[in-house]
Each structure stands twice: as C-alpha cells, then as structure tokens.
Design a protein around this ligand. Structure first.
Ligand code: UDP
Length: 370
C-alpha cells in the first residue's frame, strides 16, 4: 500500500514526524512525504531533528503569502505528485490551509484521505479565522478519522461520520514528545548555550508563546501589557518568549517588550530546544494548541490566552486555565500560580488527557488491516 503524508507548518511537522518515521520502518508500506512549505525555517528545523527528507517540496512560502494563493497553489502543486505516485492513502493533519487544500487534492486523486488529529471543533463557522473551516472541510473529505480523544470522536459522530471510520488514538504530539524528551535531557546546542548566557536559570522561568491570528492587533497589545506588569512586579522571575516570525506578532512584541530586563525575547526555538525549555520552566503562558497538549506530560501548568478552545479536555482536566487576552486576568492567574504553591501543585500533577505516546502505532495498525 502506498502512503503520501502531506504537511506544511511546524506544528503539523512535529505531529506527523513520528508517523512518518514509523511508517518508513514498516515494509508493508511504501511511504512518501510531501511538504508544502507553508512555513519554511520553522518547518525545516523540525525535519532536521527528526531526520526526515521530504520526497517532494512545494516550497510555497512567500513574503505576504495569502490564503487565496496558498490554497490554490497547494491543490495545483499536488496534482502532478498525486498523479505520478497514485497513493492509496493521503494523510493530512489538523487544521491549516495545507490540511484543507491537501485533503481536497487527495479527494480529487481518488485516494483515501486520512485525517490525523480529527474531530476538534469550536463549532464557530462564523469565525473569520480559518482553522474551524479547515478542520471541518478536511473532516468532510476524509474517509478515515484519527481522533485524539473521546470528545473529538463524539464531535465526528454528531456529524454522522460512521463509528467504524473513526479511531481514537491519542495525539501524536505525545509520541513526538516522549521520543524527544530523552534526547534533549542534556542538550547543549546553540539555543541552550545562548539562553544560559542571558537568563538566570536559578530563578523561576515563565515560558511564553503566541501566534494566533485571532490575537493579532489588540490581543497582543493586551498580552504584552500583562507580561510587562508580571515582569516588573516579580523581579525574581524570568520570562522567556520565543517570538513567532509572523510580522503581526514580531512587531508589537518587540516594540512593547523589547527593553525589560527580565523579559528575554528570542527567535523561535528549534523543537528540541523548546522541549528542553518547557522542562526548565515553572509555568507556560501560550495561545498554542500543541503546547497545551504537551505541557501536562511534563507537569507544567498552562495559561491559555484564548477565549474559546477546541481543546476542552485540558480545561476540564484542570491542567489548563483559559485567560483570554484580558490583561488583568493574565496577571491575576499568573500571580496566583507564582504565589500559591497549592494551586501550582494541583495543576502540575494531573494526568494528560491527550494521550500516551502510542497514537502512531494505533494508526498504522488500523491502516494495515484495511
Ligand atoms: N514549538 C517549537 N519552538 C518554539 C515554539 C513552539 O518547536 O519556539 C513547538 C511546540 O513544542 C509545539 C509546536 O511548536 O509542538 C506548537 O506550534 P504552534 O504554537 O506554532 O502551533 P499550534 O500548536 O498552535 O498549532
């Protein structure tokens, strides 16, 4: 059987990497990888770490890339690849423009589309941001749905997807994390050396990431105001913020937080450096989906800077608190976790609802039986 695994951004690459590597080792399958290059530098860092050399690279990253171009170019760029390789199965992941466009291309080619990280929903199709549309379109087009949790399976069942076509697997991000954790324990690469020069690691570390379109503009202004206040009030805390390369994020963050002594703005870290840093952190403040899935496995509480979430499991389990982009709420919850060890301990000792590191094994088992 022939597999074509398609992805384009850093988080998709992290979450697909263990699947690629396990499929490549399995001689029952011929597996090829196509990257769209929706991200470039951040994608390549992940490919390097996991030793993945794509068979095809659409190299679609351009300055001021927009969703119209990207969608069209992914579909058109995949046509010759799909026609020559003729995969039985096309794998897409999550909710990006690459996901949505590649699932449509896979459908046109007559391949069975397999959606990894299927069934996440906000149910807000009126949102101007594309993720919910992307994941719903991929869900309609896909034949097989690999749902990370029971809740995501339930979302798919409500959309009349047949139970036999859904498999609850856990999230492949935990497979990637567990595989990497031991490799990064004594990491001494450039990122780590440079962080150790700048930051006093005897202090408590707050790790921050943020990139979502829904937070661009006022959201990031509020987030920066909160971080500034936390830094000024807690001089014994170090805030490390690997800033996403999107100019809508980079510009306000550099302007508002550029010269505060205990805030360290750094370039996005390679995945191993980031996993290392999560491990060194006391607390994580983020709007990232992947980070809130990873952090509970490392025992780190997470404040999520979003008002809604397609990942309610962590909020319900108590490993995550939604703080939105409300400056006062971010400050209040951060201070509580800094000051109250009971609150901190109860959040950091909980079970991770997103999986056990065996998601890829389950997916391969399922496909091999078809
Ligand atoms: N990550 C990374 N370097 C960084 C920040 C995050 O490698 O500087 C990783 C992180 O471990 C997680 C993924 O990137 O697996 C999350 O990506 P992002 O927040 O961009 O996207 P989302 O998960 O929200 O789709």
């Amino acid at each position: 059987k022939k597999n074509l695994i398609i992805f384009g951004t850093r988080p998709e690459a992290i979450k697909m990497a263990p699947l690629v590597n396990q499929f490549l080792k399995d001689k029952r399958f011929e597996t090829k990888v196509c990257v769209t290059g929706q991200h470039r530098e951040m994608l390549d860092q992940v490919l390097n770490f996991f030793d993945i050399i794509p068979d095809y690279d659409l190299s679609l990253m351009k300055p001021n890339q927009n969703l119209y171009n990207l969608t069209g170019e992914v579909i058109a760029g995949l046509k010759p690849i799909l026609e020559s390789f003729q995969p039985d199965f096309v794998y897409v992941h999550g909710d990006t423009t690459t996901t949505m466009a590649a699932s449509i291309a896979g459908f046109y080619a007559g391949s069975k589309v397999c959606h990894v990280e299927a069934g996440l929903r906000t149910h807000n199709m009126l949102s101007p941001f594309p993720e919910e549309m992307n994941r719903q379109v991929a869900g309609r087009v896909a034949t097989y749905h690999f749902a990370p949790t029971i809740k995501s399976q339930e979302n798919l069942l409500k959309e009349n997807i047949l139970k036999d076509d859904i498999l609850v697997t856990g999230n492949t991000v935990i497979d990637a994390l567990l595989e990497s954790s031991s490799r990064v324990e004594n990491l001494k690469n450039e990122d780590v050396v440079s962080l150790k020069e700048k930051v006093n690691f005897n202090n408590r570390i707050i790790l921050v990431t943020g990139h979502r379109r829904e937070n661009h503009g006022q959201g990031f202004i509020n987030i920066c105001a909160a971080l500034k206040e936390v830094a000024i009030k807690n001089l014994d805390v170090e805030i490390i913020y690997p800033v996403h390369l999107n100019p809508n994020v980079l510009k306000p963050v550099n302007e508002l937080l550029g010269d505060i002594k205990n805030i360290h703005l750094v370039k996005p870290l390679s995945y191993p450096s980031f996993v290392w840093l999560m491990n060194q952190s006391y607390l994580i403040v983020t709007d990232s989906g992947g980070v809130q899935e990873e952090a509970p496995s490392l025992g780190k509480p997470v404040l999520v800077m979003r008002d809604t979430t397609e990942r309610p499991e962590a909020v319900e389990a108590g490993t995550v608190i939604l703080v939105g982009t409300n400056t006062d709420k971010i400050i209040k919850e951060t201070q509580e976790l800094l000051d109250n060890s009971d609150t901190y301990n109860s959040m950091s000792s909980l079970h991770n609802p997103y999986g056990d590191g065996k998601a890829c094994k389950r997916i391969i088992e399922f496909i091999s039986k078809l």
